[in-house]
Design a protein around this ligand. Structure first.
Ligand SMILES: CC(=O)N[C@H]1[C@@H](OP(=O)(O)OP(=O)(O)OC[C@H]2O[C@@H](n3ccc(=O)[nH]c3=O)[C@H](O)[C@@H]2O)O[C@H](CO)[C@@H](O)[C@@H]1O
Length: 339
């Protein structure tokens, strides 16, 4: 049995789910440990995965918050009980505050723990867990101090490797299969900036748009909905990315890895440095440098959209070169070394 843990946001949850699926395909038993208040609390009950949801205090670099510390302590207690009952032979943590308690307890008990970092920078949970871990799987090459570098292997970002034929995907989403489709993704929580700025700029273009605004904002933006401009709280990403001809998005590691898998050209609006320490700006620049995406400019958006729709091939090819295909398999291979 392999215990998978990680979440809070989609960027930490979906890679773990991709690995869970791969392990089950290979005949291994898996169990998922997530956080009560994370995205996983909503999604896990819709999967066939056995799971438990625990209290998991949010880790914060800059401040000590007693409520969160108390939840973390409670979470460590529940994680201990889950590990005792399930007796996993290996643990994979994809980080986020949800991925800390289970992996930390496992490390203290001597159970082999593998970590997966999605971004071009180590997150706090991964940083705290790495000293006692047995391996650090990376999405992209990082320069690390030698004692961490010795544990690290680049495996890529595990994505849900499901593609649909483009016209079929458009029809399934209720769009005209013959027209180009723009997809706006604000990340797993939605992006207020994209929600405010993009509709007035995109609507005059008269192109079909699927705009994911975030579950908690869907009522606020419902009034924007039109026949050709659909508002959704959350979309099924493999279907939406198969259908789309151009992506307008933040620059979360997950969204970008999936765009690469789907060879989907992208216009990127990374989170400001102050909100994530610069991870998304670094992600966006790497994709731009590779020729797979452009940084979005609200002042010139119409020209940017038109140019990319007219000549998508160079972007599609560059996205294809960045595709993380096989990452879930490589992580499953590594976990199997401990079984
Ligand atoms: C605000 C914040 O802390 N953002 C971080 C968070 O991003 P966040 O979780 O928002 O973003 P990512 O782009 O990495 O991942 C989102 C995931 O959710 C999926 N999805 C999203 C919307 C939707 O409607 N349907 C859907 O399935 C996407 O397909 C993707 O798999 O984790 C990422 C990976 O650690 C980081 O790079 C981001 O900086």
């Amino acid at each position: 049995m392999v215990l998978l843990t990680g979440g809070g946001t989609g960027g930490h949850l979906f890679p773990a789910l991709a690995v869970a699926e791969e392990l089950r395909r290979r005949g291994h038993e898996v169990f998922y440990l997530g956080a009560q208040e994370g995205l996983e609390a909503r999604l896990l009950p819709k999967t066939p995965l056995p799971h438990a949801l625990i209290p998991a205090g949010k880790l914060d670099r800059s401040a000590f918050r007693p409520g969160e510390a108390w939840r973390l302590l409670q979470g460590l207690g529940v994680a201990r009980a889950v590990l005792k009952a399930r007796r996993p032979k290996a643990v994979l943590s994809t980080g986020g505050y949800a991925g800390f308690p289970g992996a930390f307890v496992a490390e203290l008990q001597g159970v082999p723990v593998l970590l997966h970092e999605q971004n071009a920078k180590l997150g706090l949970a991964v940083k705290l867990l790495v000293p006692l871990s047995r391996g650090l799987a990376l999405s992209v090459p990082l320069s690390l101090p030698p004692r961490l570098g010795a544990k690290a292997r680049v495996v890529g970002y595990p994505v849900r490797e499901v593609r649909y034929p483009k016209e079929e995907a458009k029809a399934r989403l209720g769009f005209d299969p013959k027209k180009p489709l723009l997809l706006v993704l604000g990340g797993s929580q939605g992006s207020l900036e994209l929600n405010e700025k993009l509709p007035p700029l995109l609507k005059p273009l008269g192109l079909p748009v699927l705009h994911q605004v975030g579950e908690r904002w869907v009522e606020r933006y419902r009034h924007l909905e039109e026949e050709a401009y659909r508002i959704r709280g959350f979309v099924e990403a493999p279907l939406a990315m198969s259908a789309a001809d151009l992506l307008l998005a933040r620059a979360g590691a997950g969204t970008l890895a999936e765009a690469a898998f789907h060879r989907l050209p992208a216009l990127l609006f990374p989170l400001p440095q102050s909100l994530d320490g610069g991870a998304q700006r670094a992600n966006a620049r790497a994709y731009e440098k590779a020729g797979a995406a452009r940084l979005g400019d609200y002042a010139r958006l119409a020209q940017q959209v038109e140019a990319m729709l007219q000549n998508p091939e160079p972007y599609r090819e560059a996205m294809g070169r960045l595709s993380p295909e096989g990452a879930a398999g490589r992580l499953a291979d590594w976990l199997e070394e401990f079984l």
